[in-house]
Structures are given as structure tokens and as C-alpha cells.
Design a protein around this ligand. Structure first.
Ligand code: F0G
Length: 499
């Protein structure tokens, strides 16, 4: 299945040949990448297609049916642990970069490459934080609401989990350039991995005016080749796929199945934070649907391996202004059905969007996406996790974001969709007040300071420009700056009045 087997075979053949042939064959054999593990392979996500490919290959789609690919494992040839508790041995080995990494300490559950060859910049040192304030806001009982704070990653978002895995694969296949389209966080993450490791050159595609400044500033600072195209994320996504094919550049968007292997570890850390107990709900914002897809795969594998007794339910939260998944799953009732979903509903919805000239629009720019590339895998995850999908308007997203920020672990707007969604699901009675709920905070507050400042501002013009245009009418949880003249008495008076 993998390159290692191929090379062992070549070595014995080579010894039987003359010198020229030996030299030629050795060059040929050495051009075959090594380092990926043999019991892992890529396979089509559609069970009745079932096409399989070596992990040596760089692919983002199935040759046979054009659908997405998974990384799969022959677990009986590997050594998954007998219990999740076994991962605790890494806690005492923090000087080893692969034990320190919040991704690679779970290497046994994503073993597509030898551990020592996995790329790490110290990703995944994230926190599962029990938040009383957010629990109250959402409406669950004290101690039942947890925030999985992925903003603590080196580039400030969950993307580093997936990037360490995609980067590992890219390096082992000999890539020298890597590309992505992005609403900002994937590009910041790719740019960071390139600049820290110096293993590759980053090429990023962003829609002009569609990326929050915190994220754009990271890509520029880290030295990525930044291509701003007229259009939005979907336009950039289509272009980057063409360009990568044409120029042979390694693509790190979440159509890359190795990326999602890294993102499974977010759920391993949630379980770790709960001392290996399974929560009732995972609530996650939905954009390109990579996270939700990865979470479904993670729980399916854990259950199959006998490492968890049950699978938590999954809630994927769209912004109302970018609600493709909500529309397809909740309104048009598109279901995975073992890979035999009625795709004509999807095509019809996309045709309607095009005919009406409807484009995604939300203050949560990270999830401002029309055609999520991982739709297929997300439908599968929703089935695995008995999932639900909700949409939340920008008003609710920003109010939820202010509540999260008031607790000290600030997040960007897209992340707060998870909290706004959880609140809705509690109000509907879908989430019970006693349920243990984990909301994934996908990105750091500083990614998008404009949205935060506009929410808290006293400047009505600024508020209207940034938020009013998105249908946000009030800032119920605003913490407004107090304007005082530069005068000691006035300043003291103001502090006495407001503190
Ligand atoms: N939250 C944040 C902060 C994100 O940056 C993204 C996606 C999502 C949620 C949605 O996650 O795609 O797994 O459903 N950002 C991508 C990017 C699209 O280019 O940075 P998803």
C-alpha cells in the first residue's frame, strides 16, 4: 500500500541488474517518497465507490467518482491504545516535542506517518474551560458548559491542528510550495508553518475585502505570497484548486484528507479535559465543514476501537447569512444515507443561489461560505453523531461573543456562533439544561478587532457602518469607553462614578 513496501521490493530487484539499469532504477526508486506508514491509505468517502489510494499520493478527490477522500487505517496492523487513559503517559514527557504537541501526543490515532517525522510547531496547547457566565447565558445548569478554546494555538485558531498534519504529509511527499484559499485563518496557519519550519513557500488566495485584518496581517508578516482576488472565498477556493493542479502546488484546504486527521485531535483534547468522559453535546460553527467532518470521523473511530462507550451529539451552527448546511439539512432534509444522499437537492439549491445572485454575507467572515467543500463528509458526521444544524443571525452571534469575551477568553465572531447556537438549542428544549455541552471556540478574539470595537463603540456612525449593515441593531452587552477631558478631577470623578 505505501512507499516503504515499494522501496523494499525495488532494493532486491536492483541487485540483479547491470550498472546503468541499476543507476536508473535507483534514481526512480528514490523518487518514490518514503516515510508514510503502510497500514494507512486513502479511500473514497462514498462506501459503494470504495476506491483506495496510497498515502504516498497527493490527491484531494477520488479518481473514480470525484468525491472526497478519507485517510483510513488497518487498525489490526497498528497499535491503537487499549484505553484513552494511556495517552496520559505523554503528560510527563513535555521535553519531547511530539508528546508536547496537542496533535501528536495522539499520534496512535492518526498514524499515517512515523511519529518522529511529524511536523510540529507546538500546536494544540488548548484549554477546556468551564464557564459559569456562558452557562448562565446559554441556559444550562452551572458546571455543564465548557468552552474548548482553540484560540490558544500558535496562529490563534484551530487550523494549526490540521496544518501540522497536512504539512507532515506535504513534506513527506516532497512538496516545496503549499497553497490554500482562505477566509483568513487557514492562510495565517499555513503562513506560520512555512515561516517557522522553512520547509515550504506559502501561496495564499484571499477574497479582497473579505478577510479580517488580524488574519491578513499574520499572512503578510509571516511572508506568505498573498494573492488577493476579486470575489469571495468560494471564488478563491475554485481558483486555488485550478492553480494547484496547474503548477503542482500542494493544497492544504480541508479537501485535503490529512488536514482533517489533525483536526480530530480537538475532540481528543475535549475528552482529555473531561478526564475521558464523553460530553452530551459538541457545538461547533460550520463554514467549510471541515471541523464537523473531522469530529464525526474521530468519534466513529473511537467507538469502533472500543475507546468510548457512546458518541456525543453534534450541533453545527451556520450564520443565517451563510446557511447552506442549515438549508440543505434542516429544510430540504438532505441526509447521508450511506453515501446515497439525494445530491439533486444540493445541485438544485446551488442553482437557485446562482440564479438569484445570492452570496453569503455575515459579520462572521470566517464562515462566510456559499458552497462548503466538506458537505458530504459533514452529512456523514451528522448521521454518526445524531446531529442537528441551526442558523443564528449576526445579532445573536455578536451578543454571544460579548458574553464569551466578558469571561476573559475572547473569541472572533464565527466562534461565538457555537454559543449562540447552543442558546437556541436550549431554548428549543433540544439541549437539556442538565446536559454537558462543549462549545468549540475556533479562533482568537484578536483576529477581528474591528467587529469587537464596533460592538462596544459609542460612535453610532462606526456601529452602523460595521454592524448596522449586517442587521445588528443593538449591543446589549456593550462595555462602552468613558470619554473624559484630560483633567485629574474629571478623571477621578468618572472612575468614582463608574467603578
Ligand atoms: N471558525 C473559524 C474561526 C474559522 O476560521 C473557520 C473556517 C470556521 C470556524 C469554520 O470551520 O470550515 O471547519 O466549518 N475558516 C476557513 C479559513 C474557511 O479559510 O480560515 P469549518
Amino acid at each position: 500500500m505505501g512507499g516503504c513496501l515499494v522501496r523494499v521490493g525495488w532494493a532486491s530487484t536492483i541487485s540483479l541488474l547491470n550498472r546503468e539499469s541499476r543507476t536508473w532504477l535507483r534514481h526512480f526508486a528514490e523518487s518514490i517518497p518514503i516515510g508514510l506508514t503502510d497500514p494507512s491509505y486513502q479511500c473514497c468517502v462514498i462506501p459503494h465507490c470504495g476506491a483506495k489510494f496510497s498515502t504516498d499520493e497527493i490527491r484531494v478527490a477520488c479518481d473514480r467518482c470525484g468525491n472526497l477522500l478519507d485517510v483510513a487505517y488497518e487498525w489490526d496492523r497498528l497499535a491503537p491504545p487499549a484505553s484513552l487513559k494511556a495517552f496520559e503517559e505523554h503528560w510527563g514527557r513535555r521535553a519531547d516535542p511530539h508528546s508536547f504537541s496537542g496533535v501528536w501526543r495522539f499520534h496512535a490515532l492518526l498514524p499515517f506517518a512515523p511519529r518522529e517525522q511529524c511536523v510540529t510547531v507546538g500546536e494544540g496547547q488548548t484549554l477546556l474551560h468551564a464557564s459559569e457566565g456562558v452557562a448562565r447565558y446559554v441556559g444550562v445548569e452551572p458546571g455543564r458548559l465548557f468552552l474548548q478554546y482553540e484560540g490558544l494555538n500558535p496562529s490563534g485558531s484551530f487550523k494549526d491542528n490540521g496544518m501540522s498534519a497536512a504539512f507532515t504529509h506535504a513534506r513527506l511527499t516532497g512538496a516545496t510550495r503549499a497553497a490554500c484559499a482562505s477566509t483568513g485563518n487557514t492562510s495565517a496557519s499555513l503562513a506560520l508553518y512555512c515561516s517557522v519550519t522553512k520547509l515550504m513557500k506559502a501561496v495564499i488566495f484571499v477574497g479582497s475585502g473579505k478577510i479580517a485584518y488580524g488574519k491578513l496581517s499574520q499572512a503578510l508578516d509571516f511572508g506568505a505570497l498573498t494573492v488577493q482576488i476579486t470575489g469571495d472565498f468560494d471564488d478563491a477556493m475554485a481558483r486555488v484548486q485550478e492553480v494547484s493542479r496547474e503548477l503542482g502546488i500542494y493544497l492544504v484546504n480541508s479537501v485535503n484528507p490529512f488536514r482533517l486527521e489533525g483536526q480530530k485531535t480537538i475532540m481528543y483534547r475535549v475528552l482529555e479535559g473531561l478526564r475521558w468522559e464523553v460530553p452530551d453535546w459538541i457545538v461547533v460553527p460550520g463554514g467549510n465543514l471541515g471541523n464537523s467532518s473531522a469530529f464525526g470521523k474521530a468519534f466513529h473511530e473511537l467507538k469502533t476501537l472500543g475507546l468510548i462507550p457512546r458518541i456525543p451529539r453534534l450541533a453545527v451552527i451556520n450564520a443565517t447569512g451563510a446557511n447552506t448546511l442549515f438549508e440543505l439539512y434542516e429544510k430540504r432534509k438532505v441526509r447521508w444515507q450511506g453515501g446515497r444522499a439525494d445530491w439533486s437537492h444540493v445541485a438544485q439549491f446551488y442553482d437557485e443561489m446562482t440564479a438569484q445572485g445570492r452570496r453569503a454575507s455575515t459579520i462572521a467572515s470566517a464562515i462566510e461560505i456559499n458552497r462548503p467543500v466538506n458537505l458530504t463528509k459533514c452529512l456523514r458526521a451528522l448521521e454518526i453523531c445524531d446531529g442537528v444544524v441551526r442558523e443564528v443571525p449576526d445579532q445573536e452571534i455578536l451578543d454571544a461573543k460579548a458574553q464569551v469575551g466578558a469571561g476573559g477568553l475572547g473569541c472572533e465572531p464565527a466562534s461565538a456562533a457555537s454559543v449562540a447556537g447552543a442558546k437556541r438549542l436550549v431554548a428549543e428544549g433540544v439541549i437539556d439544561r442538565r446536559d454537558r455541552v462543549v462549545c468549540v471556540l475556533t479562533g482568537h478574539q484578536l483576529k477581528d478587532p474591528n467587529a469587537t470595537v464596533a460592538y462596544h463603540t459609542t460612535d453610532q456612525e462606526l456601529f452602523n457602518k460595521v454592524l448596522g449593515s449586517r442587521g445588528v441593531r443593538r449591543a446589549a452587552f456593550a462595555n462602552r469607553a468613558v470619554a473624559v477631558p484630560n483633567d485629574l478631577d474629571e478623571i477621578i470623578k468618572a472612575i468614582r462614578l463608574y467603578s
